[in-house]
Design a protein around this ligand. Structure first.
Ligand code: PEP
Length: 250
């Protein structure tokens, strides 16, 4: 069985005062056998977030890393620097970075290897645009992103795949359950075909895109959804905690 994971992507939101939300979330987590909870704050908060989250068993992740380990890359952050803050995860290939910075599948693959080298677990994002879906190209796009973004040495512990339809991110639109099932079953089959039954079946597969307290339980009904990557609803403990409870109950 894959691990259940609830990951929050704070994007470019939050300053030090917002770390009180981590303490608040810590007091609202389900008891034992809870899902793994990961918060990915902006880079300047990683170190302090790790200190606040640690006692609650909440894990911390970055939202990106550079593919190189050191060097003349002004403004960039290496995976080792992220690990040094106490973080364990890095979101890679988020559609906002693919779009705004032209990140390609090849870039995401290089960053994933860099994350692994630093001991981080990569949360690799893939997802189709609304146009892709309207043109019935969803599975082709997803299959191509999956093949191109994942290096060969994937294991069930070094990688998490997040399926995030771009048209669902921050829009309040969510695919229906059949659509979520179709894509997640497809991804699972591709993972098993490429990495073998043991790794492919155990690698956590997350859904992301307008997950909220009122739709989380429905989304988690899909057999191959092992959790969620949550943007807006991860900023406040009172919104994220019910999503985590829905996952724990699924
Ligand atoms: C995201 O950006 O990864 C995301 C899923 O955002 P939201 O939950 O706000 O749609």
């Amino acid at each position: 069985m894959p691990r259940k994971i609830a990951a929050g992507n704070w994007k470019m939101n939050g300053t030090a005062t917002d770390l009180t939300e981590l303490d608040a979330l810590g007091t609202q987590l389900p008891a034992s056998s809870a899902p793994t909870v990961v918060i990915c704050p902006p880079a300047p908060l990683l170190f302090r977030a790790s200190e606040v989250a640690g006692p609650h068993g909440i894990r911390i992740g970055a939202q990106n890393c550079h593919a190189q380990s050191t060097g003349a890359h002004t403004g960039d952050i290496s995976a080792a620097m992220i690990a040094d803050t106490g973080a364990d995860f890095a979101i890679l290939g988020h559609s906002e970075r693919r779009e705004a910075y032209g990140e390609t599948n090849r870039d995401v693959r290089s960053k994933t290897k860099a994350a692994w080298d630093a001991g981080l677990t990569a949360i690799v994002c893939i997802g189709e645009t609304g146009e892709d879906r309207d043109a019935n190209n969803t599975l082709d796009i997803i299959g191509g992103q999956l093949a191109g973004s994942l290096p060969n040495d994937v294991t069930e512990t070094n990688t998490v795949v997040a399926y995030e339809p771009i048209w669902a991110i921050g829009t309040g639109k969510v695919p229906n359950l059949d659509q979520i099932v179709e894509v997640h079953d497809f991804i699972r089959a591709r993972l098993i075909r490429r990495f073998g039954q043991q790794i492919g079946a155990a690698l956590p597969l997350l859904y992301g895109g307008s997950v909220k307290p009122d739709n989380a339980a429905t989304i988690f009904q899909a057999a191959n959804v092992d959790g969620a990557l949550v943007g807006g609803a991860s900023l406040k403990a009172n919104d994220f905690a019910p999503i985590i409870h829905a996952l724990a109950a699924s």
